[in-house]
Structure formats: structure tokens, C-alpha cells
Design a protein around this ligand. Structure first.
Ligand SMILES: Nc1ncnc2c1ncn2[C@@H]1O[C@H](COP(=O)(O)OP(=O)(O)OP(=O)(O)O)[C@@H](O)[C@H]1O
Ligand SMILES: [Mg+2]
Length: 337
């Protein structure tokens, strides 16, 4: 694998259009200080000093694509509420194109963290995880169909919050494949049959384990093979946190180590993986090159706080001078920091 090729791929992906369908969420943060206990109940009183919201779930994937200088088009469902309005405003601020369905019957998925003294005091979740109705499935599908010509590659970002029903998931995969385009899936749950035909799936190790019911005697290669037997796509990537990732293709298997770096917050690393992977494939990279680039990207976001994003320049700065594949492992000579 050649360092120059990787740089070329990053250049080539600029402006590529990535469709994303999945569970859209709002990550809210309320930051304050505690100086006394409430007289009403034995709980601390947090005096709010700062409040902000970030795009989460599938909308964080879109945000990652934008930051990498791709062109995301986000599909999904939000509620008719304050959280939904915030998402629309954040998308507009960032210039992210979206085609969202507003469902009056479900709240926008929202996770609010209250932080005091650099510590989470409580997290408040608002969500309904039921599958969307058949009527909404149909509208979302038609929306994607109408825009399919504009799209170079597609991502399904499943957080099991109800948008990726088995029917919609499999119809979208079939639609994208019928246009000879690739579909990348960040999966969830126990039954991966709905992802059949997906070009690449990217579960983390825990998710992979659950999906193949291999809690005991876990073996990474066997597990990846079992997942591939379900999807029968181009490959399976199992992300492994600080250990990096494992790429399974029917004819080759490779371990890709993470770049070691001081870690601040691993939230959203998986979103950065699918975002980079899809752009790299759209930019002409093969699966191994694209996986390696996504691994570098994710190693950068974990150094940042919250659901973070990466720019092409930041990514380029960590691409090593030399990369080599030996005995099923990718080795790289690290750059001087
Ligand atoms: N501690 C770490 N050090 C370096 N890289 C990391 C670390 N944790 C994660 N990564 C990078 O991020 C990628 C994805 O991480 P992980 O396997 O934790 O995904 P995930 O569980 O889907 O993440 P999340 O659900 O938080 O988005 C890894 O393959 C690796 O490249
Ligand atoms: Mg994940």
C-alpha cells in the first residue's frame, strides 16, 4: 500500500455525494456548577453556565462527511418539537442538505447530559424506539428514490431507534445496489438478515459478538466470516476501539492497528469510520485503503471532546510515510508528531 495513493484518494473524494439514512439524534450538553444541595430533595442544584447542542447519530455521520469536504444528503425522521428544530438549525448552519420527514407522533431522539465539575451528573434521554409506520417507510423510501441520481455512495446508520425497519433497510439496499452503487452499514441488533447485500458492514466487536451469538469462545475471524455469510457483500469491518480494526474480505483478512494517541472521548468514533470509509470508496480507494484511512480518521476524533469531526488536512497529517502489509497485519512507520 502506497502513501501517495492514500493522499490521492483524499483529494479525489472532495465533493463526492454521500446519501445517509438512519437514526438522527440530538446530543445536548448543559454545563454548570454545583454549590449547594436542593432543599426539595437530596440532589445537587446545577447552576447553568453554558448550554449547547450537537448533531448525533446519523446526523453526526453527515457532519463528519461535510467536515471531510464530501457532500452529505441526510434522510431520516425527526419529531415536531424543539429538538427537531434544533437539528434543522444545526444542519442549516453547517450547510448540510437534508430531506427529513417530520413525524408528529414521535419525539426527536435526544440525549441531554448535565455536566458539573467536569463530571456527568445525569443524562436525560427522550426517545421512542418503535419502528416508524409503513406510511412513513414509504415516504422515506420515495424520498431516497427521487434523489438517487445525485448520490455517489450510501450509508445506513442504525442506532436501533426505529427508522431502519427490516423492510425499509432491505428495500434501500436493493435500490442502491440496482444503481451499481455501494452501501455501507453501521449496524445494530441481533438479526443482521435485513442488511443482506450491504457492500460493507462496520459493527464494533461487541455488536459483532451479539449478532452471531458468540459470547463464549469468541474468535474474530470466525465471527467476521459468519457475518459475511449473512450479508454476502464485499467485506466486513469489525472496529476494535484502541486495538484498531479487522478487515474481512472473502479472500483476505487484515488487522489494522489504531494510531496510539492520548484519548479524550471515544464517542462517535464509529460515525467517523463510516463517513471516511464511504468517501474513500467514492474517491476510488479499494477496501483496504479505505479501511486504513477510516482507521486514521477515527484515531484523530478520539483525541477530541464530544462527537468530533476531522478535516482532510488533519487526516493527511497523520498518514504515515510508509505502510506495509505483512503476515495479515498493516504496519506503518509513524510520522514525527
Ligand atoms: N482508544 C482509542 N485509541 C485509538 N483509536 C481508537 C480508540 N478508540 C477507538 N479508536 C478508533 O475508532 C474506531 C472505532 O472505534 P470503536 O470500535 O470504539 O467504534 P464504536 O464502538 O462504534 O464507537 P462509537 O459507538 O463510540 O461511535 C477504531 O477502529 C479506532 O480506529
Ligand atoms: Mg458504533
Amino acid at each position: 500500500m502506497n502513501n501517495k495513493n492514500l493522499l490521492k484518494i483524499v483529494e479525489a473524494w472532495k465533493g463526492k455525494r454521500v446519501g445517509i439514512l438512519g437514526d438522527i439524534m440530538l446530543d445536548e450538553y448543559i454545563i454548570g456548577k454545583v454549590s449547594r444541595i436542593s432543599p426539595e430533595a437530596p440532589v445537587p442544584i446545577v447552576e447553568v453556565e453554558e448550554e449547547y447542542s450537537l448533531l448525533g447519530g446519523a446526523s453526526n455521520v453527515a457532519n463528519n462527511i461535510k467536515s471531510l469536504l464530501g457532500e452529505p444528503i441526510l434522510f431520516g425522521v425527526i419529531g415536531k418539537d424543539r429538538g427537531g428544530e434544533k437539528i434543522i438549525n444545526l444542519l442549516r448552519e453547517k450547510g448540510i442538505i437534508s430531506k427529513l420527514y417530520i413525524d408528529r407522533n414521535r419525539p426527536t431522539t435526544q440525549k441531554t447530559r448535565v455536566i458539573a465539575l467536569n463530571q456527568q451528573v445525569v443524562r436525560i434521554d427522550k426517545e421512542v424506539k418503535d419502528f416508524i409506520s409503513e406510511e412513513i417507510e414509504e415516504i422515506v423510501f420515495q424520498n431516497i428514490e427521487e434523489n438517487i441520481k445525485e448520490i455517489d455512495i450510501f450509508i445506513l446508520s442504525d442506532y436501533a431507534k426505529g427508522v431502519l425497519t427490516p423492510k425499509l433497510t432491505s428495500e434501500v439496499i436493493n435500490l442502491i445496489k440496482s444503481k451499481r452503487k455501494k452501501v455501507i452499514v453501521d449496524p445494530k441488533g441481533r438479526d443482521y438478515r435485513k442488511y443482506k447485500g450491504a457492500s460493507i458492514i462496520t459493527p464494533n466487536e461487541r455488536e459483532a459478538q451479539i449478532a452471531v451469538n458468540m459470547e463464549e469462545n469468541f474468535d474474530l475471524i470466525t465471527c467476521a466470516k459468519k457475518l459475511w455469510d449473512i450479508t454476502k457483500g464485499e467485506g466486513v469491518i469489525i472496529t476494535r476501539g484502541e486495538k484498531g480494526m479487522f478487515l474481512f474480505e472473502p479472500n483476505s483478512q487484515v488487522f489494522i492497528p489504531a494510531l496510539s494517541s492520548p484519548v479524550r472521548d471515544v464517542t462517535g468514533a464509529g460515525d467517523t469510520v463510516v463517513a471516511t470509509l464511504s468517501l474513500a470508496l467514492a474517491g476510488g480507494g479499494n477496501l483496504l485503503e479505505s479501511a486504513v484511512l477510516s482507521n486514521f480518521s477515527a484515531s484523530i476524533t478520539v483525541k477530541k471532546l464530544g462527537t468530533a469531526t476531522v478535516s482532510p488536512d488533519e487526516l493527511i497529517s497523520v498518514i504515515p510515510e510508509s505502510l506495509e502489509i505483512r503476515d495479515g497485519w498493516v504496519f506503518f512507520k509513524k510520522n514525527k508528531e
